[in-house]
Design a protein around this ligand. Structure first.
Ligand SMILES: [Zn+2]
Ligand SMILES: [Zn+2]
Ligand SMILES: [Zn+2]
Ligand SMILES: [Zn+2]
Length: 296
């Protein structure tokens, strides 16, 4: 009896809880520019065949070449916060961490070889959106912090799409994308278009329909696993991650938070896919020029 009372009290507290779900999660993290505008030039060699020019990465506009930038995950945390899933609060003064834009290189890496991860877009982890990464919450009128039920105090989850490396390599085509003939590239463009369509059709919904939404999200990831095997890991990650986020389902505003969280995953994947589509188009342009030259 007593335990039931305690449970009911706890439940009523949870229902009354107002947490700090932040609505701008989808926009979290810096983005360099529209992936559609990424440039990668070619120039004809002595035989008149177009070759990729040497990549001269511009200095990273975010970190100004240092390779480290202010941690966007714990920017809003109080000074007393001990942990952060992104920077671990190692730098107690400036809260600097590996720059998400250049992946710590200081210059923009060659987009033919290195792409920010489709799951975490350079963060190396997926932030817990129930606690916004802080790992703790104030439930209802409580003055004291309690551990976040979703991440159990960790604030986030390691990204399995990139194994924490923050970036992905080029698409797994044979021969590699930057040398492939037009037909091969066109085939890959077809696959990427199909996946882009799946993500576009995916509607991030919270609440009672959220679990069904997760299924269509994981199938969107799965649709690209042949071209990029890491999408299989991302599919699994999206499922297990959302399973954790649902632990916040007793909090007020959880429907909106779930929808925003799903939207964040969708937009991260879309950023990557649009970037790769652009690289495929540039590769196709080069391959077609060379095929025409060889045909003469
Ligand atoms: Zn941090
Ligand atoms: Zn940078
Ligand atoms: Zn990642
Ligand atoms: Zn959490």
């Amino acid at each position: 009896m007593r335990s039931i009372k305690t449970l009911l009290l706890l439940l009523s507290l949870l229902v009354a809880a107002s947490t700090t779900f932040s609505a701008d999660l989808a926009a979290q993290g810096p983005r360099l520019k529209h992936p559609e505008r990424t440039e990668r030039t070619t120039a004809p060699d002595e035989n008149g065949l177009h070759q990729w020019t040497e990549w001269k990465g511009q200095k990273c506009p975010l970190c100004k070449g240092v390779g480290k930038s202010k941690c966007v995950t714990c920017e809003r945390f109080g000074k007393d916060a001990e942990s952060c899933p992104e920077c671990q609060r190692k730098d107690k003064d400036k809260f600097l961490t590996t720059c998400r834009i250049c992946i710590g290189e200081g210059t923009i890496p060659d987009p033919l070889k290195v792409v920010p991860c489709a799951g975490c877009v350079g963060a190396g982890m997926w932030v817990c959106t129930v606690c916004s990464g802080g790992g703790r919450l104030k439930v209802g009128a409580a003055k004291r912090w309690s551990g976040c039920p979703a991440c159990r105090g960790k604030g986030g989850f390691p990204c399995t799409g990139c194994d924490g490396k923050r970036a992905m390599g080029p698409l797994q085509t044979k021969p590699p994308l930057d040398e492939a003939p037009p037909e091969k590239i066109q085939k890959t463009i077809k696959s990427i278009d199909a996946t882009i369509e799946k993500f576009a059709a995916f509607e991030p919904i919270g609440g009672t329909k959220a679990r069904k939404a997760v299924k269509s999200l994981t199938s969107a990831f799965d649709s690209f696993k042949k071209v990029n095997p890491a999408f299989k890991d991302l599919s699994k990650q999206a499922k297990s991650y959302m399973g954790k986020i649902f632990a916040g389902a007793n909090f007020q505003g959880h429907e909106e938070n779930e929808a925003n969280t799903l939207k964040m995953i969708k937009e991260n994947a879309e950023y990557y896919l649009k970037h790769q589509k652009r690289m495929l188009q540039l590769a196709l342009k080069r391959a077609e020029l060379n095929a025409a030259k060889a045909g003469k």
